[in-house]
Ligand binder design. Sequence first.
Ligand code: PMP
Length: 446
Amino acid sequence: MNSTSLIKPVLNGVYPVISHGKGVFLYDKDGKDYLDASSGAVTANIGHGVEEINQAMLEQAEKVSFVYRSQFTSDAAEKLADKLALLIKGKLQWSFFVNSGSEATETALKIAIQYWQEKGQPRKNRIISRWMSYHGITLGALSMSGHPLRRERFTSLLESYPSIPAPYCYRCPLQLEPGTCGLACANELEVSILRIGADNIAAFIAEPVIGAAGAAIVPPDGYFQKLKQICEKYDILFIADEVMTGMGRTGKVLASEHWGVEPDIVTLGKGMSGGYSPIAAAIVTEKVLEPIMNGSKSIMGGHTFSANPLSCAVSLAVLDYLDTNDMVEKAEKSGKILGELLSKIGEEFSFIGDVRGKGMLYGIEFVMDKKTKKPFPIQMDVTNKIIKQGMEHGLIVYPAAAGEEGITGAAVIIAPPLTIRPAELIELGHRWRKTLQVFKDTAGLG
Ligand code: PMP
């Protein structure tokens, strides 16, 4: 049995069969076009079929595609590490390459634990995270994730890491009013640390803008500054999971820059290669690396494919493309247009409760009633129905929350490639309006 026959009975007929992609469009084998308004899983940040990337891939493949990371390094890996250090600036200068976002956060978790071991504090090995978060599907990463649906089947295998409420102002988990809440959700970090004891905690992890578990939830100003202060006060590392937000998606190289906060460890994935080849990274400061280099001399992590020259060359070409085309600045500008467009459409439909986001990462939350914010019953499967309507109308949007009872309403993410042109943004708007209109009619909403 080959891999195709394993996939075939399950997926054939469920998903369209892809033929090729160009720019913001994907084409299936029947010639139908799809505007990739979610960049896949918020990944294809520079769009599809970019010639420079294909060229870089070919050039590297002709030299060498694979060497093992503890036997050789490569020009591609070295240059990529330099490029990341250059783009990110500041103290985050040391990259450890892996192959997926889950591996990156799992590696960050292990680096944090190892850091404290090397400093003679092995009891500092717990990680605090937040509800409404997604850090990956492997067991360590899932243990840190506040994503009930993805945790459910594996709960008994997961570490019982402590978690604090998310800054979800649309439905404040602490039932407070934004603006007068005193950032109580950030203060919960201190409460949690005091309860567990700073001597038992290695790190706090957070996505700067919450993605898959909440649909582009942007924290209020001051929130991350407060969290960082608390981490410093209690000597706890701050990990920013920028797998979704990193490399320009929100209009800054790292989304943490919006709040002037520098993490001790940052994780990247998705946009790092724009999906052209699997690669991700955990990037650390000198402070984090030093005790490890003075102690065991290497990070206890890594995978067979880590830092393979092919993916490194592809990622380097994608970062060069972002850089030479000023894509980060452009993302900020296009993001404003996208935000205005989505908000305008949001006003036209009574079942759109919230349109939120930053840069080119937007979330749309659906409600039964705009005023009461009453979510749709989970059985209505609103997120999937809208996604399906989108596909019918040649528009790809990403499921962010299934509408988990008591936690979120149904929601999707809209996050097109940063390279999207003005006319394509207008087309996105047309297809989104049509999708919503047909959903409204078929669901019998007034
Ligand atoms: N962290 C964040 C913030 C993510 O959005 C994701 C993927 N949605 C991951 C980690 C896991 O990445 P991957 O799917 O590449 O393992």
